[in-house]
Write a protein that binds this ligand. Structure first.
Ligand SMILES: Cc1ncc(COP(=O)(O)O)c(C=O)c1O
Length: 370
């Protein structure tokens, strides 16, 4: 995105999506999944918009991944969801009641990682005369939710098989720890290990007579690495639609590939080495930079500058002595450290093509944290 009409046309701070870059990112991941014969089930949390979901579907996505039922409800209401994996443990009566309503509307699969999570689901669906597909969440190294691969996963699968109303479809993991690696080699090693643990666990279950149809992995940094392991059937990247500053360190993606930028205005130049912009923590979020970077985002026009501090509505930018710095009123574009929560803070995305605003997409699933 260069000097163009949209930069003066739009009020700031706002999010600008370059539709050509977006389509390129979507097509690249779809082509990869197709070539490897792997189902692509993108995570919706990055964009939360019906229009982008439609582009992904048209490019061959088999369905979507959501974390929260609120996201499922919003996107189902928008008419773009018919097959969804809820990659999140659903706990509590209120959630189970909502899930039962969704079971009638869509093909829905939910993640479980313990008997404590699965049992209330099983009894509720059985009592309602329904069935529910589940996948077992495996912890392949992230140390978040998930049962250990191997025997612990087998034990849980056996317990699930005894529960009424549940059908075990397979396994899922989020190998997000691979994305925290500092080198590409380390990232690829962690991703491969995660993929191998998944496939070995799937084999173990099959050996014990438990059919495993789905072996699902999901992470943008590791997307092209985990899926090199034979036996992975599904991938669920989310961030790849836009990418963000966290994607730079593995060398494949640079700023020129990032489809979403925060458009901000310089509102004060209180010192020669300091500028204040109208994007603070309520726009950029306080997500920290990846280990090899500094500051709260990458400024496209001033890559040597650092967004050193954020207040709610102020971004404090420092410029090294002797380097160019913007004047009051100048527009700058920022690539966020982590794009997903940035999108969640906005009502709409402004779509640009060839430097012009060509549309506005509402972020229909923003704020749907329940
Ligand atoms: C369960 C799950 N699957 C897939 C993804 C997508 O990963 P990424 O954001 O790296 O694309 C995430 C991201 O948080 C996730 O939590």
């Amino acid at each position: 995105m260069t000097d163009a009409d949209y930069r003066s046309e739009l009020d700031t701070p706002c999010l600008v999506v370059d539709s050509a870059l977006l389509e390129r990112n979507i097509e690249e991941m779809s082509a990869y999944a197709r070539a490897r014969g792997i189902a692509l089930r993108p995570h919706i949390k990055t964009h939360k918009t019906a229009e982008i979901a439609q582009l992904q579907r048209r490019a061959g996505a088999v369905g979507f991944t959501c974390a929260k039922l609120g996201e499922v409800e919003a996107l189902a209401d928008a008419g773009v969801l018919d097959d969804v994996l809820v990659a999140y443990e659903l706990v509590g009566e209120q959630k189970i009641r909502r899930l039962l309503r969704l079971v009638d509307r869509l093909r829905i699969t939910v993640a479980v990682d313990s008997v404590a999570v699965a049992e209330p689901l099983a009894w509720a669906v059985a009592a309602a005369g329904k069935r529910l597909d589940v996948v077992i969440e495996i912890d392949t190294g992230l140390r978040r939710a998930g049962v250990e691969p191997g025997e612990p996963a087998l034990r849980l699968a056996r317990e699930l098989q005894r529960m009424p109303g549940l059908r075990v479809r397979g396994l899922m993991t989020h190998e997000g720890h691979a994305g925290r690696a500092t080198t590409r080699e380390e990232m690829e090693r962690l991703a491969r290990q995660a993929g191998e643990a998944m496939v070995a666990t799937a084999e173990l279950l099959r050996k014990h007579g438990i059919p495993v149809e789905v072996v699902s992995v999901g992470s943008t940094p590791a997307a092209f690495a985990t899926t090199q392991v034979a036996g992975i059937t599904e991938m669920r990247p989310g961030t790849y639609v836009f990418y963000d500053a966290a994607a730079f360190r593995f060398g494949r993606i640079g700023p020129e590939r990032v489809a979403l930028r925060v458009l901000a205005t310089v509102i004060s130049r209180p010192a020669p080495d300091r500028a204040i912009i109208d994007a603070g923590s309520k726009t950029l979020t306080t997500d920290p930079p990846p280990p090899d970077r500094r500051g709260f985002g990458y400024i496209v026009e001033y890559p040597h500058a650092t967004i050193v501090r954020l207040n709610e509505e102020h971004g404090i930018v420092e410029f090294p002595a002797g380097t160019p710095a913007p004047a009051v009123g100048e527009r700058i574009e920022i690539i966020p450290n982590h794009v997903c929560p940035v999108v969640n803070l906005q009502d709409e995305l402004f779509v640009v093509r060839d430097g012009r605003v060509v549309g506005t997409w509402p972020v229909v699933a923003r704020g749907k944290v329940r």
